[in-house]
Design a protein around this ligand. Structure first.
Ligand code: URA
Length: 259
């Protein structure tokens, strides 16, 4: 998918969300909050649902919790412009109550579609409702600051989920602020690990040799099972450095985190 196609696909999904009436939250919202951020990002942050400020502005994490989220991203030198931020439910539950199971289920296809388009390497879950979506059966007290593979049924085809407390929890329990900053420091490593795994899973797309070489003139690429490279292609790949040339992540590393 080209950047333009991705941007358009995300906007189409956002338009669908803004007109959605699949659950009762559609009747009480001021604005739906589809989410926003960099369409080419490798990292998607998923919160619980919009609060009052988000409902009024139609944008995620623009209230006090959002201010703390910005501060947390700053701990690793990131900003919200470099990631994509969205929520499990896209409309505000009245009075900021917890989203109900049927509301989460009704909204799930929107998040699935967003993740399918964004194809993130890392999903950062903010709070227990988000964590339950990507790591069912885990407890936030144990899981925070740790990562686990994501079920592709969530829409994220090849991603790790990294669990964090919800930023708003730090206002209720002061000690969590420090814990969250420490957890934040684990994110670059989690992203690096996910990049490595995706590299291992990625099929190496190289055109078949056009020479009429006999089968024993070819050699195994050794990069991925079942890939066969002609000798000259292999030599060229080695000379260029496999990383820079064929790494599908390379073009997308707009964050430049690990250089
Ligand atoms: N809390 C959330 O979970 N999401 C928002 O967008 C704002 C606050």
């Amino acid at each position: 998918m080209t950047p333009d196609e991705r941007r358009t696909a995300l906007e189409t999904i956002a338009t669908g969300i803004r007109g959605c009436q699949r659950c009762r939250l559609g009747a009480t919202r001021t604005n739906a909050v589809p989410g926003d951020g960099h369409p080419e990002t490798e990292v998607v942050l998923v919160g619980e649902g919009p609060g009052q400020n988000e409902d009024l502005q139609g944008r995620p994490f623009v209230g006090a919790a959002g201010g703390f989220l910005d501060e947390l991203l700053g701990v690793i030198g990131w900003s919200r412009r470099e990631v994509f931020i969205t929520n499990v439910v896209k409309c505000r539950p009245p009075g900021n109550r917890d989203p109900e199971a049927d509301e989460i289920a009704a909204c799930a296809p929107w998040l699935q579609q967003q993740l399918a388009v964004l194809d993130p390497a890392l999903v950062v879950t903010l709070g227990r409702f988000s964590m339950q979506t990507f790591a069912p059966g885990t407890r936030i007290g144990q899981a925070h600051g740790t990562m686990r593979p994501v079920d592709p049924a969530t829409g994220a085809q090849d991603a790790l989920a990294y669990a964090m407390y919800h930023p708003a929890a730090a206002f209720r329990q002061g000690g969590l602020k420090e814990t969250m900053k420490i957890d934040m420091l684990g994110i670059p490593d989690a992203l690096t690990r996910s990049r490595e795994l995706r590299q291992e899973h990625a099929p190496l797309e190289i055109a078949p040799a056009t020479t009429d070489a006999a089968p024993d003139d070819t050699m195994s690429g050794g990069v991925d099972e079942g890939v066969t490279l002609a000798e000259d292609e292999l030599a060229e790949l080695v000379a260029l450095g496999a990383d820079g040339m064929e790494d599908p992540m390379h073009d997308r590393d707009q964050m430049g985190l690990f250089q």
